[in-house]
Design a protein around this ligand. Sequence first.
Ligand code: NAP
Length: 282
Amino acid sequence: MAKLINGKEISAAVKQRIAREVSEIKQKGVTPGLAVIIVGNDPASEVYVGSKERTCKELGMYSEKYALPADTSEDELLALIDRLNNDDKIHGILCQLPLPKHLDEKAVINAIDPRKDVDAFHPQNVGHIMIGDYDFLPCTPAGIMEMLRYENIETSGKHCVVIGRSNIVGKPMAMLMLHANSTVTICHSKTENLKEICREADILIAAVGRARFVTADMVKKGAVVIDVGMNRPADGKLCGDVDFENVEPLCSAITPVPGGVGPMTIATLMQNTLTAAKATLR
Ligand code: NAP
């Protein structure tokens, strides 16, 4: 039976440490503050934003939420970001994606002060990640790295296959695994012989966005499988990109969905907000 990598347990340990550091920095007169902007009423986005706000409170951080109507203009949104960029109470700014179609995500990401870009989506921060010299790490990939460290999973010299090449998950994930000395293969929708490539993986990371996409015949015996996917198929039950039931018996370790990668993403966001607040003390 595979070791279950428990994201709830690991994120609780991370959050406990963050809460301690928050109370220390508060004694120096700084309360880490996060502003979360949500435009429109996408139900999944509302759930994510709600849990980010709750976690801020839980850790003693300050938070502001801006729920803007779906027809908010780009100028209005950029004006809000500009105001938050110049607000000393706010150390992190997050604009929940996806945005309504009439808004240019690139312009919005570029408008956030890179020092407050706690999602690490700004091109300046993406460049830092590429070089391996960074303050902020993208939340989901960094959360996964924390899980691997916590479970003492060796990355050096291992073959890591990442399925997915999004800017948010796949690409930065591959880069962090490269920094951790893995040999990395990135797969995507045009990859040929996907099954064979995946079967070579010592560490297989699925960020596809397709329910139960990774099947048992794609997994090498003893592999570590990390499931980033959050899918709601027709039955309405949240599930990952991995066919957990049939893949789990083959693995040495695996993350469940829910309770795997998801909680780590939020913990890293809190870490990034704390890092941004600490930087103001320098
Ligand atoms: P995305 O932007 O839609 O990217 C999906 C990637 O999968 C793309 O690179 C795509 O390839 C690739 N892909 C699609 N079909 C494929 C196929 N048949 N074979 C091989 N590759 C295929 O999604 P994302 O934002 O990276 O998110 C991926 C999943 O993670 C989603 O379920 C999302 O909800 C979840 N997620 C979870 C968390 C968390 O905290 N747990 C955070 C973020 C995202 P192309 O580039 O060729 O199109």
